[in-house]
Design a binder for this molecule. Structure first.
Ligand SMILES: *Cc1c(COP(=O)(O)O)cnc(C)c1O
Length: 440
């Protein structure tokens, strides 16, 4: 490791010298650089960061922040546990047993199972119920979620045949009806919450599709995406269909993510009729997609919080962030403003700006929440990208990196997702060093 670090530092010096020329640093400086390189290598590359991007559920930054209860539950279960062991009988148990009753009571479904993420849940549901058979889906619902998750691709990989019905903007019940034949395995609805079609549109709701499916002896599977367990409008947030509403409308299987609006760990939750859930549990693919004990522990802790909806906005970080008012956010901004102005003196102007935050992770980009941000704009009329990028990089080089967004010639830190202003203030000394080292 030491030899590797020395080689890397010398290699970098040679490269810089060849391209830029100039004087080579002396021995003490080289030793210093090797030491720094070694210290860097001893650090894990995965580390906590402060998300001030203005997107509450940021997929690249690990989506939902877990509540303390979930963190404690994971620590407690990290050793040996009764993950698949029935303590009463001393026999083999089922890992779903720890979450199933919580999920059925929160959704009104007969049965539930949990897998690695919602993409896995959709793959597994289709592979179990529709292998080698046809699944009609509206053209208006063939969405790409981001990353590489596209409904047509996942359907293909699950081994079923997608039958596109209707048009991008309009799909009618008769489109579903005429697509049904003896090869049809099920009907599927995808909740398209990351974009919207407006104007001359027509969609068929779950209750109508469910009725048609059942008349033909078929199940209805709904991919709810960022499904939530409770009505978010009670907290003044945009309406999102709940898993319970889908079950009530007649969906036979509903899948959704654990780490989007639900605010828990990465997981794919499948709720619905017992016969279908049982079939999913015995699919050999399930073994490849199953969730880990830490995830189960965290999910159970988060689901427990849902039993008391009144304390939820306080205890569940995702909901705490989403419901934080602009006034409260403005107060945090006022707390960090003086320190930041001082550290960035002569480099950038620091001010507070009203802004709008996004929910993120597939929730409507249109549903924005009024927020406040720290605005850092390079001084001396110098609005070149390089300078701004250097400042942003200095914040990302901190011990706990701070990630914002660049907008309109400035670096913005939306403080909606900041619980503790000291995350910024105690790093100001290091910030100055980082700014010096990049020559700001
Ligand atoms: C986010 C999303 C998925 C994928 O869920 P992951 O938990 O990220 O795997 C699938 N379908 C819809 C509609 C989504 O919004």
């Amino acid at each position: 490791m030491t030899t590797d670090a020395i080689r890397a530092v010398l290699e970098q010096l040679r490269r810089n010298h060849t391209t830029a020329g100039g004087e080579l640093p002396g021995e003490p400086e080289i030793i210093n650089r090797v030491n720094n390189a070694l210290a860097d290598r001893a650090q894990p590359s995965l580390k906590p960061v402060i998300n001030l991007t203005g997107t509450v559920l940021h997929t690249n930054l690990g989506r939902a922040n877990l509540p303390d209860e979930a963190i404690q539950a994971m620590t407690a279960i990290a050793g040996t546990s009764n993950l698949e062991y029935e303590l009463s009988s001393g026999e083999r148990g089922d890992r779903d047993a720890h979450v199933e009753s919580l999920l059925t009571s929160l959704t009104g479904a007969e049965a539930a199972t949990v897998v690695n993420n919602n993409a896995a849940a959709v793959l597994l549901a289709l592979n179990t119920l529709a292998l080698g058979r046809e699944v009609p889906v509206s053209r208006g619902e063939l969405v790409e979620i981001g990353g590489s998750f596209r409904i047509p691709d996942i359907m293909h990989r699950s081994g079923c045949k997608l039958i596109e019905i209707g048009t991008t903007n309009r799909t009618h019940l008769k489109d579903y009806a005429t697509a049904i034949n003896e090869n049809t395995a099920l009907l599927m609805k995808v909740h398209t919450n990351n974009y919207s079609i407006e104007g001359f549109t027509q969609t068929v709701n779950e209750a109508e599709v469910a009725e048609l499916a059942h008349k033909n002896g078929l199940p209805l599977v709904t991919d709810l995406g960022s499904g939530t367990l409770i009505d978010l409008t009670q907290y003044g947030l945009p309406a999102e269909p709940t898993a319970a509403r889908m079950i009530e409308a007649g969906a036979d299987l509903v899948t959704f993510s654990g780490d989007k609006l639900l605010g828990g760990p990465q997981a794919g939750i499948i709720v619905g009729r017992k016969s279908y859930v049982d079939a999913i549990k015995t699919n050999p693919l399930n073994r490849a997609l199953r969730i880990d004990k830490m995830t189960i522990a965290a999910l159970v802790a988060v689901l427990h919080l849902y039993r008391d909806p009144d304390s939820l906005p306080e205890r569940l970080p995702t909901l705490r962030f989403l419901t934080r008012t602009r006034e409260k956010i403005q107060q945090s901004a006022e707390q960090v403003l003086p320190g930041l102005s001082e550290s960035l003196q002569g480099i950038a102007n620091v001010s507070i700006e009203n802004t709008m935050s996004q929910i993120g992770s597939g929730s409507l980009p249109r549903d924005l929440l009024p927020s406040a941000a720290i605005r850092i704009e390079p001084e001396r009329g110098d609005r070149t990208d390089t300078r701004l990028r250097n400042i942003a990089e200095a914040f990302r080089s901190l011990e706990v990196p701070i990630v914002g967004r660049i907008h309109d010639g400035a670096l913005l830190f939306d403080l909606r997702t900041l619980d503790d202003p000291s995350g910024i203030t105690r790093q100001l000394e290091q910030l100055k060093t980082e700014l010096d080292s990049i020559g700001q």
